[in-house]
Ligand binder design. Structure first.
Ligand SMILES: Cc1ncc(COP(=O)(O)OP(=O)(O)O)c(N)n1
Ligand SMILES: Cc1nc(C(=O)O)sc1CCOP(=O)(O)O
Ligand SMILES: [Mg+2]
Length: 370
C-alpha cells in the first residue's frame, strides 16, 4: 500500500485540474467493483477448480487494487446519493451456470479496470499504465480459466454421450444431462452444414445450461463456428497439430485410437483425451474390427491422458469393461436409443461411481497391509 500511495500526486499538481469528488468516487467505485469481481472468480478457482495458481493470480491482483485504494478515495464515497445503486440488468439476476457467472465477472473486472485506466490518468501518473497492464492480466486469466475449467470437467466426466441422428436429439440429450451427464459429442454424418451448425449451437447452449462440455465430431470449422468446447477427430480426420493451430490452446481435442501405436501417437501429438475402441462389435460403426478388452487393459496401464472405452458398451456389459480398468466410457445407442435416458444415465453413473469407490477401498487395504 505504502509503495503506491507514496507516489500519489494531487491532480492539481499536474495542471489546472482539481481533485474532484466525482473523480474520487469513480475511482473508489471501480476499485471496489474490480476487487469484488476478482473475489468471485477467485472463490471458484479455489473451491471449484482447486487451482492454487489461478486463485493466487486473482489474489495478487486484489492486493494490488487494495494498495491503490487510498483513504481519500474511500472518504469520497456517497452511497445514499449514488443514482446507480439500484440500476441492474436482468442478466445480473439470472446466471445460466458457472460458465456465464465467470464470464460476467471477468467482463465486470475488465470494464472496471478500463475505467480505472482512463480516470486514473487524472489522479496519478502511473495509474493508467498499471491498470492497463492489469487488464491484460485479466484477459489471460479469463482464457486460462476457460481452458482449465474445460480440462477439469473432462477429467471429472466418467460418461460421454456421443449422439446419433435422432428425431428427439435435443430432448434425449437434455434428459441425459438431467441424469448428471457432463460430456456430449454431436455426431451427425448426413445433415447439411447449415442445419448441423444450428443443431450444434442449440446443443452447445443446452450443454452449457447444465454446466456440461460440448464437443463437435469430425469438423474443426463447425466446432469453431458453434463455439464448441472442442472437437473429436478420428484417424482419418484432420491431424491434431493443424486442429490445434486452428482451435488454439483453450479448446479440447480428442482422438480415436484402436491400438497401442495410435494411442502413443495421439498422446505425443497433444490429444487432450482419447477414445479406446471399439471394445465390442457395434452397428453404430459397422465393419470396424473390435479392439477388444485387451486394448482396454492396455489403456488402463499406459494412457497418460483421460481415455474413454467406446463401442458396443451398454448397461449389461459395463462392469466387464470397468473390471478391465476403464474409468470412463462413451456410448451412443446405450443412451440415444433407450426409453428413459435420464434413468439410464443415472444407472451408468452410479455403477461407475460404485466400482470406483470399491477399487479405491481395495487399493487402500492393499497399501495398509504392505
Ligand atoms: C469418444 C469417441 N471415440 C471415438 C470416436 C470415433 O471417431 P472416428 O473414428 O472419427 O469415427 P466417427 O465417429 O467420426 O464415425 C468418437 N466419435 N468419439
Ligand atoms: C462412434 C464410435 N467410435 C468408435 C471407435 O471405436 O472409435 S465405436 C463407435 C460407436 C459406438 O456406438 P455404440 O455405443 O452405439 O456401440
Ligand atoms: Mg471422425
Amino acid at each position: 500500500m505504502a509503495e503506491n500511495n507514496s507516489g500519489l500526486a494531487r491532480v492539481s499538481d499536474f495542471g489546472t485540474l482539481q481533485l474532484q469528488p466525482a473523480l474520487c468516487r469513480i475511482l473508489d467505485a471501480n476499485l471496489d467493483r474490480a476487487r469484488e469481481g476478482l473475489r468471485i472468480i477467485e472463490e471458484w478457482c479455489r473451491f471449484g477448480l482447486q487451482s492454487s495458481s489461478l486463485a493466487h493470480e486473482c489474489k495478487s491482483m486484489r492486493q494490488e487494487l487494495a494498495s491503490w485504494h487510498a483513504p481519500e478515495l474511500r472518504a469520497a464515497r456517497n452511497t445514499p446519493e449514488d443514482p446507480g445503486t439500484d440500476l441492474s440488468h436482468p442478466q445480473e439476476e439470472e446466471r445460466s451456470g458457472i460458465e456465464s457467472l465467470l464470464q460476467a465477472n471477468c467482463c465486470r473486472v475488465e470494464e472496471a479496470l478500463r475505467v480505472l485506466e482512463e480516470y486514473g490518468k487524472l489522479y496519478h501518473p502511473d495509474m493508467g499504465a498499471v491498470f492497463k497492464q492489469m487488464r491484460y492480466r485479466v484477459y489471460t486469466l479469463e482464457s486460462n480459466l476457460l481452458a482449465y475449467r474445460r480440462r477439469h470437467l473432462l477429467d471429472q466426466s466418467p460418461l460421454y454421450l456421443v449422439t446419433s441422428e435422432n428425431d428427439k436429439l435435443f430432448a434425449v440429450v437434455e434428459a441425459a444431462l438431467e441424469g448428471g451427464l457432463t460430456l456430449v459429442q454431436y455426431r451427425d454424418k448426413n445433415t447439411d452444414d447449415g442445419e448441423r451448425l444450428r443443431n450444434a449451437e442449440q446443443l452447445r447452449q443446452i450443454c452449457h445450461n447444465y454446466g456440461a462440455l460440448f464437443i463437435m465430431n469430425d469438423r474443426v470449422d463447425l466446432a469453431l463456428a458453434a463455439d464448441a468446447d472442442g472437437v473429436h477427430l478420428g484417424q482419418q480426420d484432420m491431424p491434431i497439430a493443424f486442429a490445434r493451430q486452428l482451435l488454439g490452446p483453450q479448446r479440447l481435442i480428442g482422438r480415436s485410437t484402436t491400438n497401442p501405436e495410435e494411442m502413443q501417437r495421439a498422446i505425443a501429438e497433444g490429444a487432450d483425451y482419447i477414445g479406446v475402441g471399439p471394445v465390442y462389435e457395434t452397428p453404430t460403426k459397422p465393419g470396424k474390427t473390435p479392439a477388444g478388452l485387451a486394448y482396454v487393459r492396455y489403456a488402463s496401464e499406459h494412457s497418460s491422458v483421460p481415455w474413454f472405452a467406446i463401442g458396443g458398451i451398454d448397461m449389461h456389459n459395463l462392469t466387464d469393461v470397468l473390471d478391465c480398468g476403464a474409468e470412463r466410457v462413451a456410448v451412443v445407442r446405450g443412451i440415444m436409443d433407450v426409453e428413459q435416458p435420464t434413468l439410464v444415465t443415472q444407472y451408468f453413473l452410479s455403477q461407475m461411481n460404485r466400482i470406483q469407490t470399491l477399487k479405491a477401498v481395495e487399493q487402500r487395504n492393499v497399501q495398509s497391509h504392505a
